[in-house]
Write a protein that binds this ligand. Structure first.
Ligand code: SF4
Ligand code: SF4
Length: 335
């Protein structure tokens, strides 16, 4: 049997609901498609939608629990820049009141006072370091402020034009006193399947970044085991072959071009649920078909219509590549 599994057993018990709530952002990163930051689809930011968002959140938790009462539900909010959402704290508080876990992906740009208020609401913080805009000292301040309260993961967006600077950022952040983890995130053109033009030296770093720094240096990869994490490294299942059991990150799989599971059964929809900018709900970001002009493959419903039903089965992968890190971090098995 071949496939990909979670390295840590606890991640098998977590369903991640990744909700892209709007495309409002205060940055314009050169590698970010315009539609992800130009505020063209931020209707759901309007307070009048908040009751609908609450209703859908409650319904999705109860459906996941009905499917398997042992599962824990983690809402992973992203954007755009999710911390710009006007009802940000109310939303986090509401999910917590339902018993859900809350994680966000943020560019970290809000002032330190804002981050102080997150201590009681967030279960996990994923910070993206964008080398065009992000400040090392500000990231250090956030890590030092929150590192003892919640698990923090930093993705450094490895812009090939600023690659050496990005490596320096990783080394500087590693001096923070608190436990957190870092990934060097390879960039894909237009969030598709093609890597940016990295040099062979740069690719070498990305393929095995934990051992790519100098001899006595290692990137922080430890989050306190008692702390919550919704996803983490994966494990290659390739029984009777050399790399069976190898621990590997989603970024390393992409950089090595090993992010292909065509013809395997995939747990997208069972382990992950996706909510797109327009409120459409899917199993995964791949939309499950090589060509998806209508985006209907893997479609589950819309947050404005309460009559949706979550799938109960895994699905056959028909894609050539699996390019979203969250899509990668769910179980795949050969038949
Ligand atoms: S911070 Fe994120 S959403 Fe904003 S422009 Fe950069 S990549 Fe795009
Ligand atoms: S491309 Fe889609 S179906 Fe295929 S492995 Fe990735 S998430 Fe699963």
């Amino acid at each position: 049997m071949q496939g990909l599994n979670h390295f840590e057993e606890k991640h098998q018990k977590i369903v991640v609901v990744n909700w892209v709530l709007g495309n409002r952002c205060n940055y314009k990163c050169s590698y970010c498609p315009q539609e992800l930051h130009d505020s063209s689809e931020d209707d759901f930011y309007h307070p009048e939608y908040f009751p609908l968002i609450q209703k859908f959140s409650s319904e999705i938790i109860s459906q996941i629990k009905m499917r398997d009462s042992e599962k824990e539900v983690c809402f992973l909010f992203s954007g755009g820049e999710i911390t710009l959402y006007v009802k940000y704290f109310e939303l986090l508080e509401y999910i917590k009141s339902l018993g859900g876990k809350v994680a966000i992906v943020s560019n970290g740009s809000r002032p330190i006072e804002f981050w102080k208020n997150n201590k009681n609401f967030l279960d996990h913080l994923a910070l993206s370091f964008h080398p065009q805009y992000s400040q090392i000292d500000h990231f250090k301040e956030i890590i030092n402020l929150l590192g003892n309260h919640l698990p923090i993961h930093v993705n450094i967006m490895m812009d090939p034009q600023r690659f050496d600077y990005c490596k320096k950022v990783a080394q500087e952040l590693a001096t923070c006193a608190h436990p957190f983890s870092i990934s060097l995130q390879p960039l894909l053109r237009d969030l598709g399947s093609t890597l940016y033009d990295y040099t062979s030296e740069q690719l070498k770093v990305l393929k095995n970044y934990s051992s790519s720094f100098h001899e006595n240096f290692s990137l922080p990869s430890k989050i306190n085991k008692k702390q919550f994490s919704y996803r983490g490294d994966m494990m290659i299942e390739n029984f009777n072959k050399e790399n069976h059991g190898e621990k590997i990150s989603a970024g390393e799989l992409i950089a090595r071009g090993k992010n292909k599971w065509t013809g395997m059964q995939c747990n997208a929809g069972l382990e992950n649920i996706i909510i797109d900018l327009d409120g459409e709900v899917y199993r995964s970001w791949c939309f499950l078909q090589e060509d998806h002009p209508t985006k209907k493959e893997g479609h589950i419903g819309n947050i404005l219509e309460p009559h949706f039903k979550l799938p109960n089965d895994s699905i056959l992968c028909k894609k050539k590549y699996c390019h979203c890190t969250l899509d990668i971090m769910c179980t795949k098995k050969s038949l």
